[in-house]
Design a protein around this ligand. Structure first.
Ligand code: FAD
Length: 346
């Protein structure tokens, strides 16, 4: 793995994080995933104009960009490794918050017919707002978990079976070319009403689109969308070292105590009310009454992360709905009908 010496501000960021092994930023203009500066910045609001971009680039005509930096943002005791990756797009592959990009990893594979073909596209939620981490619209960020394969018999990692695209991205040196498609997706878009409360439920890299939301809501001066609602983030990870963007989140919680709420479910560190592991549904359940009330009053609820998160959440919500004398299916259908219910899991 290539390591490049960190510029000064990055060094400061490393000290803030303490436990992190940051892969540094190769640019005079330093962007970092570890920030505690959540002040409002002015942004090039020309990027507010026009329709939502969709599939501007595809496999046949992809967009080529360069990776600016790859920074590991999980600590040593995390279950797995996650990287914050900044891509220099020069604003030429515009997107809206909540959308994803496709990435086509380099190289080929042998398909089921024995033919050598390029690798397929992998989707990644965009983890910055449309203005990027430098607020100038010239970059976009991804939050990528390195996919590894552990042999079930030996329990050892088998590098021959590691995930192609996530490892390409997490190992990329600054300046590496990246082949992109998209943007894609319209499930996780922000509501037009800037007063609508946002309840965001994430596991792991599912936090990526919500980072784009909180940056737009709190860290950018967007005259046409001045957020005045409640932003409530539920984040599920295994342990404290697996938290993502926690410094930024703590700074937001401090700066906006009545508008920004943050609740972690740390499955390997916390216990739920019944003494079992604290999963994301257990943490959400603690606030079920408030959440049902908020949804009754027009809040939007978003879910993003691994597919496996949804059954536990749905079972919990169904149980709570029943206790309240509601028919769960009808309740969810009603929310979907009013476009208040947003699920993107993978
Ligand atoms: P692949 O090469 O596709 O391999 C897939 C898995 O199979 C890996 O776990 C690999 O270890 C395993 N494997 C490989 N070979 C074998 C074998 N022979 N036997 C058994 N297992 C094997 N991911 C993120 O990290 N961040 C995001 O923000 C994100 N957003 C997404 C948004 C959407 C809408 C979707 C659909 C997906 C998203 N993903 C995200 C997932 C991402 O698209 C990829 O699926 C993920 O990175 C794995 O791709 P890969 O190329 O690394 O793994």
């Amino acid at each position: 793995m290539q390591t490049i010496r960190a510029p000064t501000t990055q060094g400061a960021a490393s000290r803030v994080a303490g436990r992190r092994m940051c892969r540094p930023v190769a640019s005079a203009k330093v962007s970092t995933a570890v920030t505690t500066d959540v002040s409002k910045r002015s942004v090039p609001t020309k990027m507010e104009e026009g329709e939502m971009p969709l599939n501007t680039y595809n496999n046949k005509a992809p967009f080529k960009a360069k990776i600016r930096s790859v920074e590991k943002i999980t600590g040593p005791k995390a279950t797995g490794e996650t990287c914050h990756i900044i891509v220099e797009t020069e604003g030429k592959i515009p997107f809206w918050e909540g959308q994803s990009y496709g990435v086509i990893p380099p190289g080929t594979k042998i398909n089921s017919k024995g033919k050598e073909v390029p690798h397929g596209t992998r989707l990644y939620s965009i983890a910055s707002s449309r203005y990027g981490d430098d607020f100038d619209g010239q970059t976009a960020s991804l939050c990528v978990r390195r996919a590894v394969y552990n042999d079930p018999e030996t329990g050892k990692e088998d590098p021959a079976k590691k995930g192609i695209c996530s490892n390409f991205l997490c190992d990329a040196a600054p300046g590496t070319e990246i082949t992109m498609t998209g943007p894609t997706g319209k499930v996780l878009l922000l509501p037009a009403d800037p007063a609508a409360p946002l309840i965001c439920v994430a596991t792991g890299t599912g936090i990526a689109p919500f980072r784009s939301f909180w940056r737009r809501a709190f860290m950018e001066d967007v005259p046409s969308w001045k957020f005045t609602g409640l932003f409530w983030l539920f984040m599920g990870v295994a342990n404290s070292d697996a938290k993502l963007y926690d410094e930024e989140l703590q700074a937001l919680a401090k700066a906006y105590p009545s508008q920004f709420r943050l609740d972690y479910a740390l499955s390997r560190e916390q216990k739920n009310r019944k003494g079992g592991k604290m999963y994301i549904q257990d943490k959400v359940e603690e606030y079920a009454d408030e959440i049902f009330d908020l949804l009754d009053n027009g809040a939007h609820m978003y879910f993003c992360g691994l597919k496996g998160m949804m059954p536990g959440i749905q079972d919990m919500l169904e149980r709570v709905a029943k206790e309240k004398g509601l028919n769960y299916e009808e309740w969810v259908e009603g929310l979907k009908h009013k476009n208040q219910w947003h699920v993107e899991v993978y």
